[in-house]
Design a binder for this molecule. Structure first.
Ligand SMILES: NC(=O)c1ccc[n+]([C@@H]2O[C@H](COP(=O)([O-])OP(=O)(O)OC[C@H]3O[C@@H](n4cnc5c(N)ncnc54)[C@H](OP(=O)(O)O)[C@@H]3O)[C@@H](O)[C@H]2O)c1
Length: 360
């Protein structure tokens, strides 16, 4: 059994300046009956984690792993091991995948424990979106592959969104569009969706920054790749849908001006452009935010949870070997690496080919 009480630490970011970080000791008080202690083991960091912080207040992401006033613990996805347990059915040594803090440990209160894993039933998480509270046992997860842990750490939450976005678009006959335009086309979430659409013969256009154009062209899942300054080259002979991952009001305005009534629908998927999100312009752009858990809920109603998981696993198995050729896993170790990678990803200077995984 691993030592349940090694010196713990937590990495916090200043909520009003996400480039400011600090590390603090984490008190690991004895567990109460019904609790378990997870040791955070392997996590990924992408722009999505930065968006959790940017939207930390409005979308309640700061509430998952509470921090002192003015500071936030950024949620990350990855693997953890149960190192101590006072919870029925949760054994020490169990390995889980789920939503974790940038910290050495997480105390949870396992509820609805079954062979697939459990949910953290801690009172402060009770009203937070349910998919973020689930911890899946690796042994019972149909999409788990021990040889692909880094890919899972990096892509799993993003590919769920890509998969559900494609499913929602196809389910709704592209809302009348015949072409899908994705911004921040170099992001994993965008190219995961492009991969799914392209496979179904749907035209996909990628918009990206000049520095990432060659990378995006090389992926081969976009029919056409344009820089943000080239929006006026979008074809006008077919209705288009804009899936916005950049969250840039200027870009949205340029697209609307050029496409006019050829732009039949807009959906906001992400906000890699942090300034716009911080300034609150997201709310002013009009279209609704795509929230993968909403479409998941619909499909759980249609197919049941096992049916949804099976379809996701099939799609993931097609995507994972391709994605493996699109990303170079860059592995760091320890809290120092986590802090350094946070700063790099938050600054927006990360190479889109680099997939940052940190082993803690
Ligand atoms: N709605 C949902 O449920 C959901 C779920 C998952 C992800 N998302 C969102 O999808 C977006 C992409 O996340 P990801 O993890 O897939 O990204 P990622 O793979 O880390 O991609 C990073 C890309 O984002 C752009 N970017 C990064 N930092 C930037 C900055 N400071 N300013 C402007 N652009 C920047 C760049 O793309 P370009 O040069 O191509 O613009 C960069 O190559 C995030 O906003 C994320 O929150 C939403």
């Amino acid at each position: 059994m691993s030592d349940p009480t090694p010196p713990g630490w937590t990495l916090q970011v200043a909520r009003d300046d996400l480039s400011r970080t600090r590390r603090r000791a984490l008190e690991l008080a004895p567990l109460q009956p019904g609790e378990a202690l997870l040791r955070v083991e392997r996590v990924g960091l992408t722009a999505n984690n930065v968006t959790y912080a940017v939207l930390g207040d409005s979308f309640r992401y700061w509430e998952f792993f509470p921090a002192p006033p003015g500071w936030g613990t950024v949620p990350v996805w990855g693997f953890a091991e149960v190192v101590a347990s006072e919870a029925d059915g949760v054994g020490v040594g169990a390995r889980l995948y789920g939503y974790l803090p940038t910290a050495s440990h997480l105390r949870v209160r396992p509820g609805r424990v079954d062979e697939r894993g459990f949910r953290d039933a801690s009172p402060h998480r009770a009203t937070l979106p349910s998919p973020y509270n689930a911890y899946a046992l690796t042994g019972a997860d149909p999409a788990y592959d021990a040889a692909q842990e880094d890919l899972q750490v990096l892509f799993r939450p993003l590919y769920w969104t890509s998969f559900m976005l494609v499913d929602w678009l196809v389910d709704n006959d592209l809302l009348g569009a015949r072409s899908v335009v994705l911004s921040s086309a170099s992001s994993k979430t965008a190219y995961g969706a492009a991969f799914g659409l392209h496979r179904q013969g749907i035209e996909v256009v990628g918009l990206t920054s000049p520095r990432n154009t060659a990378f995006v062209r090389g992926l081969g899942c976009y029919d056409r790749v344009l820089t943000y300054a080239e929006v006026d080259r979008l074809p006008l002979d077919r209705p288009a849908l804009y899936a916005d991952l950049a969250g840039s009001p200027e870009l949205t305005a340029a697209l609307r001006a050029h496409l006019g009534d050829r732009l039949v629908h807009e959906v906001v998927v992400g906000v890699t452009n942090q300034e716009a999100a911080v300034a609150g312009t997201l709310a002013d752009t009009g279209p609704a935010m795509f929230f993968a858990p909403d479409q998941m809920r619909k499909r759980i109603g249609d197919w049941g949870r096992p049916g949804l998981d099976r379809r996701f696993a099939e799609s993931w198995r097609a995507f994972a070997p391709v994605a493996a050729t699109w990303v170079d896993v860059v592995e760091g170790a320890g809290p120092e690496a986590l802090e350094r990678v946070w700063r790099e990803v938050q600054a927006g200077t990360a190479d889109p080919r680099a997939g940052h995984v940190v082993v803690l």
